[in-house]
Design a protein around this ligand. Sequence first.
Ligand code: CS2
Length: 471
Amino acid sequence: MRLQRTTDQAGWDTGIVHLGLGAFARAHLALYTEDAGQHDWGILGVSLQRPDQRDRLAPQDCLYHALERQPEGNRPRLVTCLTGVLVAPEDPEAVLATMSAPGTRIVTLTVTEKGYCHDPATGRLNWAHPTIAHDLAHPTAPIGAIGFMVEAQRRRQAAGLPPFTVLCCDNLPANGHVVSGLVREFAARLSPDLAAWIAAEGAFPCAMVDRIVPATTEADIAEVKALTGFADAAPVVHEPFRQWVIENRFVGGARPHWEIGGAQFVDQVEPFEHIKLRLLNGAHSALAYLGYLGGHETIADTMQDSAYAGFVDRLWRDEIVPVVPPPPGTDLLVYVAALRDRFSNPAIRHRTWQIAMDGSQKLPQRLLGTIRERLAQNLPLPCLALAVAGWIVYTGGVDEQGSAIDVRDPLAEKLRSVQTSAADDSARVRAVIGITEVFGDDLPRDSRFVEAVIAAYATLKAKGARAAVAM
Ligand code: CS2
């Protein structure tokens, strides 16, 4: 059966423009918006690079199924709140027109860590980034998220409209503050008046988003067809769990009632974000590198292996929990127990290779913050050091069987070349830790950290990842 809108379905008007339309936003933001059920808050999705989402969604009127996967079975749900999909490189003007339309009051983003073109160690804009350089030279025809937001806000200011709220849904620490800083830094180069207006009138609430959403596969598409009868080319699959903690700061207070779907509006997001980035994402990245090297395809497979399950328990209990303050009313051991179940859900096939992507952009907030806390308290960090060493081996580009690893990372070239030109293993580790965009100026100089990673790297090389995590 073909998926198409019927006349008895109520329509949605665009209230939100979402930059970086991927599976995560369609399984998280869109479902909370669907639950809120306010039809003036429909979502217009924008792909900043590829046309594939639009090509799949447009022929089915932007309808799709979200398939909740549980060990006990699967539950498909039809999602209707997407009002359209634009592909920015094909028509940047259409994107800018929608972003600066009066009905658009919120711009949400999932452009991944690297999409902000910033330096992950400092949170400052990387002016040498080709996307930033392009958008500075051609501000009215941008290609990057920051450039689109600044030009659209400029048009809104010129038209006498209020700015839109910018709601970042990426896994960055203090994401609202970081994005606000980047937008204002970029705007100030073009027009100090615009930058001042955005600072005075705009809003960049911080938010913590959580739901495990693996990339959709052909098998998922076939399963949705078998379950629903619809030939849906663009379903998303997700775990049952979801969480969204949002700072309650929106321009003119205008936002959907996402709390209907369980979103929490709070004054301080930071404690929630800290535990999520460090306990969930930190462990995810550790398992991704070490699990991949040990031959495991998914996180659930890795958790099935008792050596890895024991390792991640030590990482959580002994190294992360003691240095991360819990948000009010949260018991971290209960949180960790839930994570163990979520990671072990066999119905979610989240590939280690997928999570391993873009480590240079992820490590600072996922692992290095915890490492800094432990060093400040002079505490040992064997599991964290092993995770960093796993990333170094992984980005070296050769697996334990001698086969090439398809390393996807904006710094992939640099990571490989510094490793190739180093004389020995210890020099290799030092060369990678010397990359200040990732490790800052402090960690390369901390011999406790450097020596711990050198030792972990040596163990990985000598014994392999599976034996290393079992130690
Ligand atoms: C994962 C996240 O791909 C990754 O790096 O760690 O996408 C993770 O699944 C989500 O943050 C869970 O909320």
